[in-house]
Design a protein around this ligand. Structure first.
Ligand code: AFP
Length: 349
């Protein structure tokens, strides 16, 4: 009997190199059911959007009319970058003729966008921030895309997306793509958190790490201290505490995705509290804080608005905002303890 040659490439690496996103999702769901196939196909289209945006970003500085502002202002009152528009359109285009996603809602669009040919068969809605951290785009610093997948429950006849105004526990899947030295997609479908790295030579997102667990505590605190005097006294006291105690270091990139990715891998806490001017803070619930809260909770971390879990907050409008305190369990609990203490003291207890 001839002995079987051990393959040149060790088994696990070939298997790993073949572990694409769509295969991994079916493995995660231990099923080939229509729902599993749909989620796998949706994630595959999100991956395609990530490849297209990554390619554009990597060459933007050499291309004409790709960087800079459009001169328009979006529904958030922010000046729109040309890359915001490109990325927003990419996410719409990858779902055309898919029969999957009937509706998309994003930071760049006042109302949900419908893909008529996908409705009514398409039973999913994609919520996304096409370019998170767009203030970093023109200076070649890291940016990201954030996404969440939800079931379409209502008929939404007025096109306002009222059926989307539910808490974050209804998210079927969520994640982000970070466009940094390499392009990485990190996702959850409620079965742990997993990362995939874009291998440009293959044009494929390949499995990098499975079941990522966030450390229970980390040295990093990430916040825009330029807002210090606009914060509640509780948040100011927390900031004074980390200034006065060994073992803390500040890291803030101006792009939520990059800051969250650092904390997911190294531990710590990210804060975007409410301010006197904006008590609800800046970050949007449905396509920024809720997707990241789902992901971080799945990695064993915590996410709140200082008082209640982000995933329990019900938005009152599509572009609703929420304060965000997210990251390692111990560090988020520490910030929350400052808020509770202040509340107790102001109630005279
Ligand atoms: P842009 O996408 O408009 O640059 O906003 C980025 C962001 O939503 C988030 O990624 C950052 O954490 C946060 O806003 C930065 O806000 P500040 O500039 O107020 O610190």
């Amino acid at each position: 009997m001839t002995s079987i040659q051990t393959p040149a490439i060790p088994e696990y690496s070939l298997d790993r190199e073949c572990t694409t996103l769509s295969r991994h999702i079916l493995q995660q769901l231990h099923s080939f059911s229509p729902e599993a196939q749909d989620l796998s196909a949706i994630m595959n289209r999100i991956a395609l959007a990530g490849k297209l945006v990554s390619r554009r970003l990597s060459r933007a500085g050499l291309m004409a009319d790709v960087l800079g502002f459009t001169g328009e202002t979006n529904v958030q009152g922010e000046s729109v970058k040309k890359m915001d528009v490109y990325a927003n359109d990419v996410f719409i285009s990858v779902f055309k003729q898919s029969g999957l996603v009937c509706r998309l809602a994003s930071e760049e669009m006042e109302k949900p966008y419908y893909i008529p040919e996908n409705c009514p068969v398409g039973r999913y809605t994609l919520l996304y921030d096409p370019i998170d951290g767009s203030s970093n785009v023109d200076i070649n610093l890291n940016v990201g895309s954030i996404f969440a997948i939800r079931q379409q429950t209502g008929d939404d006849l007025d096109g306002e997306g009222a059926d989307l105004l539910t808490d974050g526990r209804g998210q079927l899947g969520a994640g982000y793509i970070v466009y940094g030295p390499s392009t990485m997609l990190v996702y959850t479908i409620g079965n742990g958190v997993h990362s995939f790295l874009l291998d440009p030579s293959l044009g494929e997102f390949i499995l990098a790490q499975e079941n990522i667990k966030i450390p229970n505590h980390g040295p990093v605190y990430s916040t825009n201290e330029g807002n210090f005097w606009q914060w509640d006294e509780a948040i100011r006291d927390y900031t004074r505490y980390v200034h006065r105690h060994e073992g803390y270091t500040a890291r803030y990139s101006g792009a939520l995705v990059g800051d969250i990715h650092r904390i997911l891998m190294q531990g710590g806490v990210f804060l975007y509290p409410g301010t006197m001017k904006n008590p609800e803070g800046k970050l949007r619930l449905l396509y920024e804080t809720a997707p990241l809260a789902f992901l971080v909770e799945q990695a064993g971390g915590k996410a709140s608005n200082g008082v209640k879990p982000i995933l329990d907050i019900v938005p009152d409008k599509l572009h609703a905002r929420s304060p965000l305190i997210i990251g390692s369990n111990e560090d988020v609990s520490l910030v929350e303890s400052f808020i509770q203490d202040h509340k107790r003291r102001s109630n005279g207890n």
